[in-house]
Design a protein around this ligand. Structure first.
Ligand code: FAD
Length: 362
């Protein structure tokens, strides 16, 4: 009889995942328990101490390309690990509190060798914060239509002007990428991407307080912000396609964190059924992305479903725990607040429903 014997995870990946789980339980959670429940980061000494351990254990920047000092793991493997890395109080927005490394915005891998060496490699090595600026005051759901910030070439420089909204980490990042219109006549083909360094004259970031405790978003103002021509990332006018291709892949790790926190919140029957469904949707799409196939619809399905499951599971968990569900002594209170943002950030639920419906109607 022919049987299907797929879907067994490689032993090596299971071992790695168990190692990450142990690290979170034994090293990260004990530190979190003695600091402010709303802390955005670990105390600097603890961060340095734990980073030395993850680097020594080969657990640093596992998802980044090997040639630049990362672990070279694919989207699927990272989804498995992030489900573990996110299972602690600040894990939804700061998986592993950053001690497993921070990946720079993936568009940087579309840059030249010189750009990668100058920006990506130090960010990987040092675990810097970086930022990624698409959303504008006129809306984030449809960046192709909403981007009004502009870039104008002047000799060997580009001059950037405009305002970006809700840009995470922009006030503390070493550098980031901004998407601006460089040709008003060309619609989505008229948007280009530039690297902007901290301290560039004409770049300001004003933190905006939200219900999210980590990675405070900012209003970013570009006022005659001048960057050298070599800071153009990818081809002129190709910024949006560069970004959307890579954003698709990012939606799987993002969904894996939704799953991890939902799994940490509760394991009762209905939640368990939804968690398993979410896990399979993430794995299915991540496999497809790793095979190099178009996984845009799967990315939308994974993001939509995992963020909505997260909201339902945490809401149920708060109810079951009564007063303790909303007490800062336990992580549920923070997860409850932060989970709400997951249905808005990285494309709101309505936008993902449109992507899925459009594909069905096509
Ligand atoms: C804490 C936080 C951090 C963030 N970090 C970043 C960041 O680092 N970089 C970045 O670029 N952005 C970031 N964002 C922005 C985020 O991506 C946007 O908030 C999101 O894309 C939605 O855009 P918007 O807020 O402008 O809402 P809008 O686009 O104005 O949408 C408002 C509502 O209308 C709905 N809607 C819009 N169009 C349609 C339609 N055609 N049909 C039906 N409903 C529709 C949306 O689903 C939403 O519910 C962050 C946001 C938050 C809250």
């Amino acid at each position: 009889m022919t049987t299907f014997d797929g879907f067994r995870l490689p032993d090596e990946l299971l071992a790695l995942s168990a190692e990450v789980r142990r690290f979170v339980r034994d090293e990260i959670i004990p530190v979190e328990q003695r600091i402010d429940p709303d802390a955005a980061e670990l105390p600097a000494d603890d961060y340095r101490r734990l980073v030395a351990k993850t680097k020594a254990a080969g657990l640093w920047c596992l998802g980044a390309p090997e040639e630049y000092g990362g672990g070279g793991l694919g989207t699927f493997a990272m989804c498995l690990l992030l489900e573990e890395m996110s299972q602690h109080r600040m894990g939804l927005y700061n998986p592993g509190c950053g001690v497993f490394g921070r990946n720079p915005p993936p568009v940087i891998w579309g840059g030249t060798k010189a750009q990668i060496a100058r920006y990506a490699v130090p960010a990987l090595r040092e675990g810097y914060h970086t930022f990624f600026a698409i959303t504008e005051p006129s809306g984030g759901s449809d960046p192709a239509g909403a981007i009004q910030s502009r870039g104008e070439r002047r000799g060997d420089h580009w001059v950037l002007n405009g305002t970006k909204m809700f840009i995470s980490h922009a006030h503390e990042a070493e550098w980031g990428v901004v998407f601006v219109r460089t040709d008003r006549t060309k619609g989505r083909e008229g948007i280009s991407c530039f690297v902007v360094e901290k301290g560039t004259p004409g770049f300001t970031a004003r933190p905006i307080q939200t219900i999210r405790t980590v990675a405070v978003p900012n209003e970013v103002v570009l006022e005659d912000c001048t960057v050298p021509a070599e800071n153009l990332l990818g081809e002129e006018g190709r910024g949006l396609s560069l970004c959307l291709d890579l954003l698709t892949r990012l939606r799987f790790p993002y969904s894996a964190c939704n799953l991890g926190v939902a799994a940490a919140a509760q394991m009762l029957a209905d939640a368990e059924v939804e968690l398993r469904a979410a896990r399979w949707l993430i794995w299915d799409g991540a496999w497809k992305a790793d095979r190099g196939e178009d996984a845009r619809v799967e990315a939308s399905i994974a993001k939509l479903y995992s963020s909505e499951v997260l909201g339902r599971v945490i809401d149920g968990a708060v109810q079951i725990h009564g007063g303790y569900g909303v007490a800062k002594e336990f992580p549920l209170e923070r997860w409850y607040r932060e989970a709400r943002v997951r249905r808005i950030g990285e494309g709101p639920s309505e936008v993902h429903r449109m992507v899925i419906a459009r594909a069905l109607l096509r």
